[in-house]
Design a protein around this ligand. Structure first.
Ligand code: MSP
Length: 650
């Protein structure tokens, strides 16, 4: 039987030598999806490429004094290299300057002309060159492009038009009858209410004022409008309109076309109308994802934030970057990118949760069982809970990934990781190891940990290409039966007797303060470099998370201040006498600059009652009074309502 196919596309990119991390977003998401479908046994076609024609490219090339083709050739090489660096597994890469594409677009244009869907007339209106978009006067906002807010140009030229208006009713009907066609749903409403219902005008589909484009075959004064040229790539790449249509018959219609939200309009109005006119089926889904923004706006060079994907991958590793892109923001919504958020995620999710789990487990198996995975015979408390959560994860991940919910899929995997970490705390292998009699139980705990990690390592494959391989190396897993997607759905697959071996730390912890200072230097302006002044914000280091048991170690009590006096020759210190229930305590507090003795007497404060006593200025301090402070102020923490002194605070 033939395998089921899965065809996924990204938009084709404008050749720019400044691709930032936001651009990688669509491609990384599409790649995760392609990998996932391959793992599930699909015959996948994943297409990306470059959109190389248009007025903008021609202008830039002219400024550089080279031909447009020379200009794009150089940049496209860089883009291909970037995708290689990001381990993008596209099956095909299309350039709109490829001859087969140009010929197919000419045939598409001619067919639409011959059947009367394209006609000749005159265009008068507004054109936004950076967006390569036509606008009517009423669509402009303050006379500017409503998308990018830049200046538009008045154009008047003889043009060919596509009868877009003819397809308006069919499009509305199609969208309404196929709720999966435009996703997320919010984008569907936007298209219907903002564009389709107000009415579509015929679309100008040729230009005569420049020539960097595909010539109209029967009227070569005209070049084909770039969006008609670009959108066609999704089918010309499969051989549509060529003699070799095998791939087209196999993969079209696309299962999902990923696009950023600003180009949903082109993909859910112009593109389906073109396909309807060509008598071809529409893609099953167009998914409009949100943007990655920097705090305060669009992605561009900014202080303290490195957005160059090459630098980011070099600094933090590919898997960390891919994880962050897919984990941080729910796919479909806008999100904020910052290096600080990235480093915090690396430290907490990757170094702490996943990295530690792997290294602790390998170290314990080496220590207690000389590196050999033992048997799982003796089941015990907590085993069932662990198994249940881990075993439920593959199904949840599949359901979420089928809906392109990358972030929630990762959250589910991380729940399994946290549960496994908790299992170590619960079973306390270091305690079990103290008594020979517990050996079988200890063996079972080690087995369960290894098995859980095996399953997790399989599930992270779509997102992280390198980490699973390293985990498998450390855990001695090297064949299909233990690493296939299917094998993640069974418990107890890990072969007993497998040798584990400690390897490199998967995700080294990053010193965030130091790192942010370094990033700040990288992004400093020339002026700042000269004056060594920097305006990067100060980073507060995030403290490591603690458990409730850790917190319970601190004995906090309500205490009443019954006496207070200044400490001689120490202008910051007050010596306090505190009533803590039946007991009286003496505490030295650094609050003298903010409180006079009279002010503090009578207050009910919070005392850290089990802090080891210290001697300050020759006076013993038996605990510490809590206060909130920053550079400017200090206020003592008190209770909101009267309560007896000595009461526990928790
Ligand atoms: N050439 C057109 C697409 C034609 S498809 C027939 C184009 N190219 S682009 O290079 O400007 O954008 C490519 C993709 O990158 C788009 O999906 C766009 O939304 C995405 N992104 C560019 N900047 C982005 C962010 N800051 N965040 C997320 N995605 C962003 O549009």
């Amino acid at each position: 039987m033939d395998r089921k196919t899965f065809y996924i596309t990204t938009p084709i990119y404008y050749p720019s030598d400044k691709l930032h991390i936001g651009h990688s977003y669509t491609t990384v998401a599409a790649d995760a999806m392609a990998r996932y479908k391959r793992l599930r046994g699909y015959d996948v076609m994943f297409l990306t490429g470059t959109d190389e024609h248009g007025q903008k490219i021609q202008r830039v090339a002219e400024e550089k004094g080279i031909t447009p083709k020379e200009h794009v050739d150089e940049i496209v090489e860089g883009i291909k290299k970037l995708w290689k660096l990001m381990d993008i597994t596209n099956d095909s890469f299309i350039r709109t300057t490829d001859n087969f594409h140009k010929e197919a677009v000419q045939k598409i244009f001619k067919k639409l002309y011959d059947q009367g869907d394209i006609y000749k007339s005159e265009y008068e209106g507004w054109y936004c060159t950076p967006c390569e978009s036509f606008w009517t006067k009423t669509q402009l906002e303050d006379g500017k492009c409503p998308d990018c807010k830049r200046t538009v140009e008045l154009t008047k030229e003889e043009s060919y038009f596509f009868k877009l208006s003819k397809y308006q009713d069919r499009l509305i009907k199609y969208i309404e009858q196929n709720p999966e066609f435009i996703q997320p749903n919010s984008r569907q409403n936007e298209m219907i209410n903002n564009f389709l219902r107000p009415g579509l005008e015929d679309l100008c589909v040729s230009r005569t004022t420049f020539n960097w484009g595909i010539p109209v075959s029967f009227d070569d004064k005209h070049v084909v409008y770039v969006w008609i040229d670009a959108l066609s790539n999704y089918i010309t790449a499969l051989g549509f309109m060529s003699e070799e249509q095998v791939a087209y018959s196999k993969y079209w219609p696309a299962d999902v076309q990923l696009v950023g939200k600003e180009i949903v309009r082109f993909h859910t109005i112009i593109w389906p109308a073109m396909l309807m006119a060509l008598g071809q089926p529409l893609p099953k889904q167009v998914f409009g994802h949100g943007w990655l923004l920097l705090e305060g706006g669009k992605m561009s060079k900014s202080k303290g934030n490195v957005i160059d994907p090459v630098i980011l991958v070099e600094k933090y590793g590919l898997d960390s970057i891919r994880y962050f892109l897919l984990r941080e923001v729910p796919f479909g919504s806008d999100g904020v990118f910052s290096n600080e958020a990235l480093i915090n995620r690396i430290n907490s999710d990757l170094a702490n949760d996943l990295g530690n789990l792997v290294s602790r487990t390998v170290a314990m198996i080496e220590k207690y069982f000389a590196g050999t995975i033992p048997s799982q015979k003796q089941s015990g408390e907590f085993d069932e809970q662990l198994k249940q959560i881990v075993m439920d994860t593959p199904k949840k991940v599949e359901e979420l990934l089928d809906k392109l919910q990358f972030s929630t899929a990762l959250t589910e995997i991380w729940k399994a990781i946290s549960r496994t970490n908790k299992y170590i705390d619960e079973t306390m292998p270091w305690e079990l190891s103290k008594d020979e009699a517990n050996n079988e139980r200890l063996a079972a705990v080690m087995y369960n940990l290894a098995e859980s990690i095996r399953i997790i390592s399989i599930l992270i494959q779509p997102f992280m290409p390198k980490t699973p391989i390293e985990i498998w190396r450390q855990f001695g897993l090297n064949d299909e039966s233990t690493t296939s997607w299917k094998s993640a759905k069974s418990w107890g697959v890990y072969p007993q007797g497998t040798i584990v071996k400690k390897g490199e730390t998967l995700f080294p912890r990053i010193d965030i303060k130091k790192e942010m200072e370094e990033l700040c230097k990288i992004t400093a302006t020339e002026e700042e470099k000269k004056t060594s002044k920097s305006s990067c914000k100060e980073i507060k280091e995030e403290k490591e998370q603690i458990t409730i048991e850790d917190f319970a170690k601190i004995d906090l009590r309500v205490a009443k201040v019954i006496e207070a006096q200044k400490v001689e020759k120490a202008d910051k210190l007050l010596k306090l006498k505190l009533e803590v229930g039946e007991e009286i305590r003496q505490v030295v507090a650094g609050i003298a600059k903010n409180y006079s003795p009279e002010e503090i007497i009578g207050k009910y404060v919070i005392l850290v009652a089990n802090l080891k006593p210290v001697t300050l200025r020759g006076i013993e301090s038996q605990g510490m009074v809590l206060a909130a402070s920053n550079d400017k102020e200090l206020v003592v923490a008190t209770v909101d309502k009267m309560i007896e002194s000595g009461t526990k605070v928790k």
